[in-house]
Design a protein around this ligand. Structure first.
Ligand code: GLY
Ligand code: MN
Ligand code: MN
Length: 441
């Protein structure tokens, strides 16, 4: 299994080096320094928050638990890993570097964070240092040159074959855990019980997941970022929305499924319609497709679903124009994903910066870039029955063309979201999520 990653890693590293070389040339710096990060402590406490590694660090090597470590890269030279292994009998010390990637680095072990200084280039002013302010060591403070960040962030959207393999593995873990969660729902578990079944099947702690699980039964599915995890099951669980991911070597998957109980056949019919629409959007993840255009297309298709299922009486066109579709689908179609679940630079026009604006009336869209081979994006349409947005809609003139009895009958189901992670290729898209569910079957 690791052979594939080992075989793919050298080309990944060569790509990162080429990107770093170009970014440094653009900014006029001679060296790239990347601190992994340091622990953050809770106010007036000696308790640290969970460590979250600098994504610029984990892009280079599959190490996510390395506070106090640094990557030092000078074009033309072997990259250097300055690895902190403190003398510490209170905590488990990070393991000595091992694995297929180690031979590609010069490795220096340090015992104190400040010892990193001895491994830095002599002149801090010639270093582009990417990281958080608190990672500074002895005058080497992160300066985050915009020209470097713009270049690296823009190109990070295009995954290397190594990164795609890591994301396939994250997806495999996520699909396995989603199946366990569905079984827990069918067995009548509480939200908390489903959450625990998910973690157990993924064999990941909450801190290892790329984002907090969203596990909502019944009307809780209408809260877009519901994370309460009720401890007792409802009297009757009619519907279940789960948005949960997994990590592999620092790469994320982001998966949402919605299920109906056998007693909720009308809701299952609506899920099936959203599922069919979602598959159609996934099929459009093709080179040259403008993502913002795809988002607006999704509004038209979902508005047709609302009409066919009797929720609205106006045409799909007027539902989109009047904002009615946004009351039921109030978030973006998706986003880039990779080292972060919401990948950076979703609006960046080019490698030198700039912004591609969102279409008017769509403030929550996170991605406006045209799709190109190597990009991985989520496709996550939804239809929800959100009390606040329905109240607003009811007060508008367009609210007269809504069948409120029908809408009210569906509030108890909360909502539907179906989310896959899809790779844009030279040809047909690769659906990481559906492939992983099929393999897990
Ligand atoms: N899980 C967060 C999202 O779908 O974007
Ligand atoms: Mn998402
Ligand atoms: Mn999600």
């Amino acid at each position: 299994m690791t052979e594939t990653l080992a075989a793919l890693y050298p080309a990944h590293l060569a790509t990162l080096r080429a990107r770093a070389d170009a970014a440094l040339a653009r900014s006029g710096h001679e060296h790239l320094l990347v601190p992994a990060g340091v622990a953050h402590y809770q106010f007036l406490d000696d308790r640290p928050y969970p460590f979250a590694v600098n994504p610029h660090f984990k892009a280079w090597l599959p190490v996510t638990d390395a506070p106090g470590s640094w990557l030092v890269y000078t074009p033309g030279r072997k990259p250097k890993l300055v690895f902190l292994q403190p003398r510490d009998y209170w905590h488990v010390v990070p393991q000595a570097p091992a694995g297929y990637w180690v031979e590609h680095f010069e490795i220096a072990i340090i015992r104190e964070p400040r010892e990193a200084r001895a491994h830095f280039p002599a002149d801090a002013a010639r270093c582009a240092i990417l990281g958080e302010d608190n990672a500074a060591v002895d005058g080497y403070a992160p300066n985050n040159p915009p020209a470097v960040l713009d270049h690296l962030h823009y190109h990070r959207a295009y995954k290397t074959p190594y990164e795609l393999e890591a994301m396939r593995r994250a997806s495999a873990i996520g699909a396995r855990a989603h199946r366990a969660a569905e079984q827990a729902f069918r067995a009548g578990e509480s939200e908390y019980g489903i959450h625990m079944a998910y973690l157990h099947a993924a064999a990941q702690t909450e801190n290892e997941l790329p984002y907090s699980n969203i596990i909502g039964l019944n009307a809780h599915g209408a809260v877009l970022h519901y994370t309460d995890l009720e401890r007792t099951p409802p009297a009757q669980a009619l519907s279940f929305l789960i948005d949960a991911g997994a990590s592999f070597h620092g790469y994320a998957c982001d998966i949402t499924r919605t299920y109906a109980a056998p007693a909720a056949a009308e809701f299952q019919a609506l899920i099936d319609a959203v599922d069919a629409a979602q598959r159609g959007f996934c099929a459009r993840v093709r080179a040259g497709q403008d993502y913002a255009t795809l988002h607006v297309h999704a509004h038209h298709v979902l508005a047709s679903v609302l009409k066919e299922h009797g929720f609205i009486r106006m045409s799909a066109e007027s539902a989109v124009e009047s904002g009615v579709s946004s009351a039921f689908f109030p978030h973006g179609l998706g986003h880039g994903i990779g080292l972060q679940v919401h990948e950076v630079a979703g609006f960046q026009r080019s490698e030198t910066g700039g912004t591609i604006p969102k279409p008017p009336g769509h403030p929550y869209l996170r991605l406006t870039r045209p799709l190109a081979p190597g990009m991985v994006v989520t496709i996550e349409p939804g239809l929800y029955f959100i009390p606040m947005l329905l109240d607003e809609l009811k007060a508008k003139p367009a609210g007269r063309d809504v069948d409120w009895a029908k809408v009210d009958a569906f509030r108890k189901y909360g909502g539907i979201r179906i989310e896959d992670d899809v790779v844009c290729t030279e040809g047909a898209p690769e659906n990481l999520t559906r492939d992983a569910f099929a393999a897990a079957a």
